[in-house]
Design a protein around this ligand. Structure first.
Ligand SMILES: Cc1cc2nc3c(=O)[nH]c(=O)nc-3n(C[C@H](O)[C@H](O)[C@H](O)COP(=O)(O)OP(=O)(O)OC[C@H]3O[C@@H](n4cnc5c(N)ncnc54)[C@H](O)[C@@H]3O)c2cc1C
Length: 447
């Protein structure tokens, strides 16, 4: 029997605690989390804020009680602020000020990530909001009830910023989306895809302030009144800052090996550079199969899998992560975009020369009557040297998202675009076409 301490009980921590408790009941699991709730699905934040779901209750899937029923000892509002890795002791304090000191045989760091603040004057003004925790979402929902919150600036054109900008616009607020890059969603899609969503947002009334660098938040009577950028000033009543997240690795940054952004470097068993210490979720690196190297990709999907891998290894069953491809998706005003692996631009940044195989067609044969039959665009990115697929982007108003999983697997298994062209994809009119857009894109690549 081992005593396992888990610091952090959100998505990575919860997956890990569940897996240990479900499979290895002989171990003692003790958990510390500084927050008051467990497992808030931040992915539902924009839906709740935008009133597309009526209440947040369904955005939690675990609790102190549900984890304790499985045998774990859960301490909430319990912040760990020091670890003695030599003596295997954690120290901290509860919200009421009482001290924590506990020993472990094995330690799991699941301390996640924290929002990046743009270091500009005015950061402390009222109505400058960050979005990460349930409490943050609650604040925004409450503030939106005030009639004076009419104009909102969303900073950062990543997934979260784009979703929130849409939510505020649907609520009838005047919205400006500001990013210093030329287009939104640059991490996941190439410009041709990004512009489709960007234009759609603009046509729905979201002001797209791309290529603008934030310089200052200007206040009036202690509240934010404007955002000043290098290109102009936007009058606003609230700022939502979502320009990214950094790994929360304060506890081990001086002792454990870290990545360039500070994340704990882990191997495929989630082990850090110190024996018996594991790191999972947003505070740790991942193995990225699209570049065949260690990388940082903060997603709940990665967090869950890393928690499961660590749980087995810490409990004595050796398993290895299969790495990730950074698969993701977004839907705004009925436009769905999904992606996995590298874009052409991103590949260029890694010094990988690529080519592209694209195709556009409706999902089902044209003879099908009275059925939903959306047009789908696909863009497959493959290496010029060995023709291995390293990325894929798809776009449609039709739900084609299932296909991107195949491309995730293709990247992991190092499939070539030539193999893809001849891959056995079934045909049946209710579902697709014999010369479907995946086969056609592949065939285009081997012309
Ligand atoms: C608005 C939003 C939308 C998102 N949408 C998606 C999506 O659609 N799909 C997707 O895959 N991902 C999405 N993500 C990302 C996803 O939420 C994160 O990848 C995920 O939360 C990571 O889980 P984690 O457990 O590693 O870390 P976190 O969620 O950051 O949790 C870390 C936990 O550690 C605790 N902790 C930290 N330090 C200490 C300490 N010193 N002592 C005690 N406890 C501590 C914290 O209280 C927290 O509970 C979204 C994120 C946001 C903010």
């Amino acid at each position: 029997m081992a005593k396992i301490i888990v610091i952090g009980a959100n998505h990575a921590g919860t997956a890990c605690i569940n897996t240990i408790c479900d499979n290895y009941k002989e171990h003692e699991v003790v958990v510390y989390d500084r927050n008051s709730d467990i497992s808030f699905l931040a992915c539902g934040m924009a839906l709740w804020i935008g009133q597309q779901i009526s209440k947040p209750d369904g955005l939690f899937y675990a609790s102190k009680e549900s984890l304790e029923a499985k045998g774990a000892k859960i301490h909430m509002e319990a912040e760990i602020n020091d670890i003695d890795f030599d003596k295997k002791i954690v120290r901290g304090q509860f919200k009421d000020g009482s001290k924590i000191e506990d020993t472990y045989d094995k330690l799991i760091l699941a301390t996640g990530s924290t929002p990046i603040e743009i270091p500009v004057p005015g950061r402390d003004l009222e109505n400058v909001q960050y979005v990460k925790l349930f409490q943050n979402a609650k604040d925004v929902v409450e503030k939106l009830k005030k009639p004076e919150i009419k104009k909102i600036a969303v900073l950062g054109g990543g997934y979260i910023g784009v979703e929130l900008a849409e939510a505020f616009q649907l609520l009838g607020r005047e919205v400006v989306l500001i990013d210093m890059l030329d287009t939104i969603l640059g991490t996941h899609f190439d410009k041709d895809f990004n512009m489709r969503m960007q234009n759609l947002m603009a046509s729905n009334g979201v002001k797209m302030a791309m290529g603008e660098k934030v310089q200052e938040y200007i206040g009036k009577d202690g509240k934010v009144a404007a955002v000043k950028t290098d290109k102009g000033t936007h009058e606003v009543d609230m700022i939502i800052s979502c320009v990214g997240f950094r790994p929360n690795s304060l506890l081990g940054k001086d002792k454990l090996e870290t990545f360039k952004n500070g994340a704990y470097i882990v191997n495929k068993k989630q082990e850090t550079s110190i024996k018996d210490v594991y790191a999972i979720g947003d505070c740790a690196t991942v193995y990225d199969n699209s570049i065949d190297d260690v990388n940082y990709i903060a997603l709940a999907s990665n967090a869950l899998r890393s928690g499961i891998v660590a749980a087995h290894n810490v409990s004595g069953k050796e398993i290895e992560s299969v790495g990730v491809q950074g698969s993701s998706g977004i839907m705004i005003y009925d436009l769905r975009m999904v992606a996995t692996g590298l874009t052409v631009e991103k590949a260029k940044g890694y010094g990988i020369e690529t080519e592209v195989a694209s195709f556009k067609d409706v999902q089902k044969p044209a003879f099908m009557e009275n059925v939903e039959n959306g047009e789908v665009e696909i863009k497959i990115v493959y290496r010029k040297d060995n023709r291995q697929i390293v990325g894929c982007q798809m776009l449609s108003e039709y739900d084609m998202s299932g296909a991107i999983h195949m491309f995730s697997l293709a990247i992991y298994k190092k499939l070539t675009v030539d193999e893809l062209a001849l891959l056995d994809l079934f045909f049946m009119p209710h579902f697709n076409q014999p010369y479907n857009y995946i086969t056609m894109a592949g065939l285009n690549a081997i012309k």
